[in-house]
Design a binder for this molecule. Structure first.
Ligand SMILES: NC(=O)c1ccc[n+]([C@@H]2O[C@H](COP(=O)([O-])OP(=O)(O)OC[C@H]3O[C@@H](n4cnc5c(N)ncnc54)[C@H](OP(=O)(O)O)[C@@H]3O)[C@@H](O)[C@H]2O)c1
Length: 288
């Protein structure tokens, strides 16, 4: 039975700690900053919960550093200064933005270090636990720790995505595009519906079948084949009418509409539905 310490029993720490406990891992210690959070963690993880991170790690084979990104390195260094790490231990952070290099002080004490980023969102415990099965975990770092990562991912019914350390930042930027910028795109569409006095909830409801079938088609066919609409058809007059209407009614959204339009022209070229003349005309129109 592998032993685990959760340093930072917040959203992710609680979800991973609890799910691993349910699947046979033993949680031997945890840390949280505030008293309230420590009480919640103690109830949930049924382990001693400390106000000093270095006290929670001594008996752990696996140490999760699930603090906010900005203090992972600092927390790791603090534990290292107290000689909290050792050979044979696997030290893990779950940040998407940083590589395992911020765990250098744990490596210096002989531990293996990896980043282990769940490509998932954990707003709170119940929702987090429900969303774990099927989640991809992006892993990079010391290969000797990979079998431990694989075993945990299997226990969590997730899937492993191995990425090169030097590409971690690009990986995170891609995840932000897929998640955060999708939210921005949806917001833009809802604002445009609001011009017709359709409230956001009704707007999303009306757009939902279109949104979900587009996502499904992208999954099945890829973005190029899934692309439909006026750009893919080379309907220059339609795009021109969009630009005129937006200039008048939503000029603040025009720059993004234009930029995404130019990107979409390239997608349509790859799809093979635009000839050179249509491509040039659309790019001139949208490039403005
Ligand atoms: N939440 C997500 O959807 C998600 C998804 C993927 C990856 N991640 C990554 O997972 C990690 C944890 O995120 P989270 O959302 O679980 O964070 P969180 O809910 O804010 O929990 C952070 C934990 O660290 C403690 N903490 C806060 N400030 C601290 C400080 N200055 N020094 C030491 N400990 C501190 C908190 O204690 P208190 O509770 O007492 O404040 C809590 O135990 C981050 O690296 C994040 O990027 C998050």
């Amino acid at each position: 039975m592998k032993t685990v310490a959760v340093i930072g029993a917040g959203n992710v720490g609680k979800v991973l700690g609890y799910a691993l406990k349910k699947r046979g891992y033993r949680i031997v210690g945890a840390f949280s900053r505030t008293e309230k959070s420590r009480q919640l963690a103690a109830q949930l993880l049924e382990c001693p919960v400390f106000s000093e991170p270095e006290k929670a790690v001594c008996d752990a084979d696996i140490v999760f550093l699930t603090t906010p990104d900005r203090v992972i390195n600092e927390t790791c260094n603090r534990i290292a200064e107290e000689k909290g790490f050792r050979k044979g231990q696997v030290v893990i952070h779950t940040s998407g933005a940083h590589s395992s290099d911020i765990l250098a002080s744990a490596r210096q004490q002989g531990a293996a270090a990896i980043s282990f980023h769940p490509l998932q969102t954990f707003p709170e415990l119940e929702m987090g636990l429900r969303s774990l099965p099927g989640t991809f975990f992006a892993v990079e770092g010391d290969e000797e720790a990979f079998p431990v990562a694989k075993e945990m991912i299997q226990a969590l019914e997730g899937q492993m995505l191995s990425i090169p350390t030097e590409m971690k930042v690009v990986y995170h930027a891609a995840a932000c595009v897929a998640c955060n910028y999708l939210a921005s795109l949806m917001d833009m569409a809802l604002k445009m519906f609001n011009l017709m006095d359709i409230p956001p909830k009704k707007a999303f409801e009306s757009l939902s079948p279109l949104i979900y079938s587009t996502l499904k088609n992208i999954g099945e066919l890829g973005p190029e084949k899934a692309l439909t609409g006026p750009v893919a058809r080379g309907d220059i007059s339609t795009i021109s009418a969009h630009l005129e209407a937006m200039k008048e009614l939503a000029p603040e959204l025009l720059p993004l509409y234009r930029q995404l339009g130019v990107y979409t022209v390239d997608l349509a070229v790859r799809k093979g539905t635009l000839n050179q003349e249509q491509e040039n005309q659309l790019k001139t129109l949208l490039g403005g």
